[in-house]
Design a protein around this ligand. Structure first.
Ligand code: URP
Ligand code: ZN
Ligand code: ZN
Ligand code: ZN
Length: 467
């Protein structure tokens, strides 16, 4: 297939300019200024010509943090790799990196096999894996090396969830030493789970059982403390550190201070922390359960700080932490006991659109929008320049984006397999128009043309942000 995208404004992190794009097979073959006339020749023998007049031509989004069909609290997140990657494509995301979850007592390699068998042949877009390490011992530390050799070189650990995923400081230290030795990276869920569990037990004993208690028992100070502790452990070991789903000013302050000293500390935030707040978790009739995720949504004041972090690069990028659970069947498990509400929110479909509101409101530049949603994740997770740029030689993962279109988010129209939208009724400026995944049109004006199995597993290189 040869596809020509004409008359659009190509946006990379380096700038935005009018350019025509030639796609040949799975790759971008060439870019040309419209006045060069080159595209006339390309169009003459193209299979398809897409008119992008008035639209942006962007590198496909990379969502570095998703949980498709993830087991949690006796249930499983409601998007499969098939439904979740289709929804991602609808929203202009052409790569996801999902988390394989080691169950305690099992090996990393059997975990990886299990996740491959869930995802392989199912995905509409390309995908990679991170590994959640729940058990640190001599065997699993050794297995990290094999994971790295098979393109899985980022290892998530938890300072939260005692008895489930929780790792002690000693275990974290050992994994970080291994990361330092191998050039890989530890990703940290930084909340002080030991202290949180006490607050949760006290709340339940006092009969405080509503969803909002999830937020009140996980105060931002305990995210700030855990973030600082993780940074200290990283400093002692010389390992790089990536903080996942950073939600609060306290945690951002810790990251900012570390980065100011030159330490290799990176962090992502998520759209829910930029656009939603603890007030959503306080909605009556158990509706607050829709917004229960960890770390929790914060008071609205934190949002300005997070936007600041995105501007100053103290927050490197935005991922969704997409982990949907249906309201009716699944969030219900925690009615009467907030601690049993499955943790996680849907979002893979709307990251690019929501971040575009940051451009509209003047919080971030057009180029920074592309950087935090595509180029930075590509570099951070070892996919650049195959992914993350509209340039010759890169995969033809391309989004034609209409910045003037309007849309209203709703569960009635979204494509994620979940019965509610966290953004129900929110009116947005901008909308995805056409999406290419490795040279194939997967979404356009008349719908979804992707198919399960088009997406390939990406063996990732080591992070390109380590210096
Ligand atoms: O509540 C959340 N974030 N669920 C997904 C798992 C995780 O900790 O990222
Ligand atoms: Zn987490
Ligand atoms: Zn997550
Ligand atoms: Zn079509």
């Amino acid at each position: 297939m040869r596809i020509v995208i004409r008359n659009g404004t190509v946006v990379n992190t380096t700038g935005a300019s009018k350019a025509d794009v030639l796609v040949d097979g799975e790759r971008i073959a060439a870019l040309a200024a419209p006045e060069s006339g080159l595209a006339d020749g390309w169009a003459a023998d193209a299979d398809r010509v897409i008119d992008a007049e008035g639209k942006y031509v962007l590198p496909g989004g990379i969502d570095g943090h998703t949980h498709m069909e993830m087991p949690f609290g006796g249930t499983s997140s409601s998007d499969t790799f098939a439904t979740g990657t289709a929804a991602a494509a609808w929203g202009g995301t052409t790569t996801i990196i999902d988390f394989a979850v080691q169950a305690k007592g099992t090996s990393l390699l059997s975990t990886l096999d299990k996740w491959h068998s869930k995802a392989d042949g199912q995905c509409a877009i390309d995908y990679g894996f991170h590994m959640i390490v729940s058990d640190v011992n001599d065997g699993t530390l050794k297995e990290m090396e094999t994971c790295i050799d098979s393109g899985v070189n980022t290892f998530k650990m938890f300072m939260a969830y005692p008895g489930v995923f929780y790792a002690t400081d000693g275990e974290i230290l050992r994994a970080m030493q291994k990361a330092r030795e191998t050039g890989s990276m530890v990703m940290m869920h930084a909340e002080n789970g030991i202290a949180i569990d006490q607050l949760v037990a006290q709340a339940l004993a006092q009969g405080r059982t509503d969803p909002v208690q999830h937020g009140l028992t996980r105060p931002p100070e305990l995210e700030g403390e855990a973030t600082s502790r993780a940074i200290t452990l990283a400093k002692v070991t010389g390992a790089p550190l990536y903080i996942v789903h950073l939600s609060s000013a306290q945690a951002l302050d810790a990251v900012t201070a570390a980065r100011d000293t030159g330490q290799n500390v990176f962090a992502e935030t998520c759209p829910q922390y930029l656009f939603l707040s603890i007030d959503d978790m306080a909605k009556p009739d158990f509706e607050g359960a829709k917004y229960v995720a960890s770390p929790p949504l914060r008071p609205r004041e934190h949002q300005a700080e997070l936007w600041r972090g995105l501007r100053t690069n103290d927050l490197s990028l935005v991922s969704t932490d997409h982990c949907p659970f249906c309201f009716v069947e699944q969030k219900e498990l925690g009615r009467g006991d907030f601690s049993k509400i499955p943790n996680g929110m849907p979002g893979v479909e709307h990251r690019i659109d929501l971040l575009h509101q940051g451009v509209v409101r003047g919080e971030i530049s057009l180029q920074r929008w592309v950087e935090i949603s595509s180029t930075a994740p590509a570099r951070m997770f070892g996919l650049y320049p195959r992914k993350g740029a509209v340039q010759p030689g890169s995969d033809a993962d391309i989004v034609v984006y209409d910045p003037a279109a309007r849309q209203t988010l709703s569960a009635a129209t979204h494509h994620m397999n979940v019965d509610y939208s966290a953004y129900e009724g929110m009116e947005l400026v901008g909308k995805v128009d056409t999406v290419l995944s490795r040279g194939r049109v997967v979404v356009d004006a008349d719908g979804f043309h992707g198919n399960a199995g088009h997406g390939q597993f990406l063996e990732r290189e080591l992070s390109q942000y380590l210096i």
